[in-house]
Design a binder for this molecule. Structure first.
Ligand SMILES: Cc1cc2nc3c(=O)[nH]c(=O)nc-3n(C[C@H](O)[C@H](O)[C@H](O)COP(=O)(O)OP(=O)(O)OC[C@H]3O[C@@H](n4cnc5c(N)ncnc54)[C@H](O)[C@@H]3O)c2cc1C
Length: 443
């Protein structure tokens, strides 16, 4: 009886099947860096949908699980290798075709988000979703996690730009969902079911993206606030009246970490820093910025400053190992969440610096710990869990954009409730009865 590796070697070109442990090392961890990460049985690198089908059929025949891997930047353990599983990397699936008439792009999953943006820009078009990792994450991973980012407060998240998908199901069936049509309500809305399904229902092999004209360059208003409450009042004041292109928040700990690195003269006493962007056209932008400034002053903002939000994570990483949380709440509860997160950290003697896509109510508490200190990693995990409990208690979500992965499954039922949780499992069982696609992920 042939092994699954022999079956894969028969199905794919020789260089598309890797079994050398040294060469597979780079496919083990994702950016969650989980201690229990396994080693793939084999890494396969299909170039076409037909090759993906061949891999899935070989795996199904041998009852071998598959972990799907885009660029491996998951912060939730979604693309971490598992012992005994094949890792299917989409890195060779990099085609793109732009159609200016329908303002769409048909893209293979392995292309990076930044490469999609660059390719469509040549046609004067824009693909808005902008995870902070856009230069290093794949469009397939973005679809699977329904990735968000800084401009989502105005432009929406990945699902808002997905018109169609091609997916390979667990039995090797190829399904084409939707297409380059802005309006199309034929059949169940299956395209949306697959976006954000973390690779547990099928493997995305092609995506049809909706594009929009390039926006104006954004102007950014920046201000410090004496309290978190003032800052969150300003967020509500701005988002309830205007459509800013970005609303980002940094808490005091993060401001201080960035100031330690950059010496920009940030206000170390402020409880929060807000960055609010406006990409409105021409004079409308000046009017929008004036209104933003008026709200800032009304909410006790102190001096204005230009700062770099993207410095936040590297600055915090200098302080130790970082577990990046991703909880969200309805915007009016943002202040309670951020203050509660600070309290959880203090109770456990763990430093937590929070940045937030504040206009979406989506926070990234960065749980910082010294891995050499006895018990610190365990306490950090307790803090990680209590932050999710708090988000659920505030009517929020355990993950706004990074996904459940393998790290948050234990909290999913508590957030969704029995009805929605069990429905998700029934859909999974119907599409992948043997549980071969991304076992342990997302459900
Ligand atoms: C520094 C940093 C900043 C980040 N900032 C953001 C942010 O602002 N917003 C945000 O949303 N995320 C952010 N992330 C998280 C991460 O980049 C996103 O989740 C991204 O969408 C993952 O893309 P990837 O190609 O790396 O996917 P991977 O990590 O390879 O996979 C992620 C999940 O998608 C599945 N998957 C991948 N490709 C496919 C496919 N073709 N078909 C089916 N399933 C598939 C995998 O199995 C896995 O479950 C950040 C990560 C880092 C390291």
């Amino acid at each position: 009886m042939s092994t699954v590796i022999e079956a894969l070697q028969r199905a794919l070109p020789a260089d598309a099947v890797v079994v050398d442990p040294a060469r597979m090392q780079g496919y083990r961890f994702d950016r969650a860096n989980l201690p229990g990460t396994g080693t793939p049985l084999a890494v396969v690198k299909p170039s076409t949908t037909a090759e993906v089908v061949a891999v899935v059929r070989a795996a199904a025949e041998h009852r071998t699980p598959i972990v799907v891997r885009g660029a491996g930047t998951s912060l939730a353990g979604g693309s971490s290798a598992q012992d005994g599983a094949i890792t299917l990397s989409t890195e060779r699936m990099r085609g793109i075709a732009v159609d200016t008439a329908t303002r769409t792009a048909v893209v293979q999953p392995g292309l990076l988000n930044a490469e999609v943006k660059a390719a469509v820009r040549e046609h004067g078009l824009w693909y808005p979703p902008d995870p902070s990792s856009y230069e290093i994450c794949s469009i397939g991973g973005n679809i699977a996690t329904n990735a968000g980012g800084l401009c989502c407060v105005k432009y929406g998240v990945t699902v808002d730009y997905v018109l169609g998908l091609e997916v390979v199901l667990a039995d090797g069936t190829v399904a084409r969902l939707g297409g380059p049509r802005v309006k199309d309500v034929a059949g169940l809305p299956l395209t949306k079911l697959f976006v954000g399904s973390e690779g547990v229902l099928g493997i995305v092999t092609e995506v049809t993206l909706r594009l929009v004209p390039l926006p104006e360059r954004a102007n950014v208003a920046v201000a410090f606030f004496p309290t978190i409450t003032d800052a969150t009042d300003a967020v509500i004041g701005v988002t309830s009246r205007l459509r800013p292109s970005m609303v980002e928040l940094m808490d005091r700990l993060t401001i201080n970490a960035v100031e330690d690195e950059t010496h920009m003269g940030l206000d170390r006493e402020a409880e929060a820093l807000l960055l609010v962007g406006s990409d409105a056209h021409g004079e409308a932008s000046a009017a929008e910025l004036a209104e933003i400034e008026r709200v800032f002053v009304e909410c006790h903002a102190t001096e204005h400053f230009l700062a770099a939000r993207r410095m936040a994570l590297p600055a915090l990483e200098r302080r130790g190992s970082v577990l990046i949380e991703d909880v969200g709440v309805p915007v009016p509860r943002l202040g309670e969440l951020i203050r509660g997160i600070g309290g959880i950290g203090q109770r456990h003697g763990i430093v937590v610096g929070t940045v937030a896509h504040a206009g979406d109510g989506n926070t990234h508490p960065n749980v910082i710990y010294d891995p050499q200190q006895a018990g610190a990693a365990e306490r950090a995990m307790v803090v990680f869990g209590e932050i999710m409990d708090l988000a659920i208690a505030l009517g929020g979500t355990i993950t706004g954009e990074h996904g459940v992965g393998t790290m948050k499954n234990a909290w999913l039922r508590a957030q969704l409730g029995d009805g929605a949780y069990d429905l998700g499992r029934r859909i999974k069982a119907a599409l992948d009865p043997d549980g071969l696609l991304n076992p342990g992920v997302g459900l």
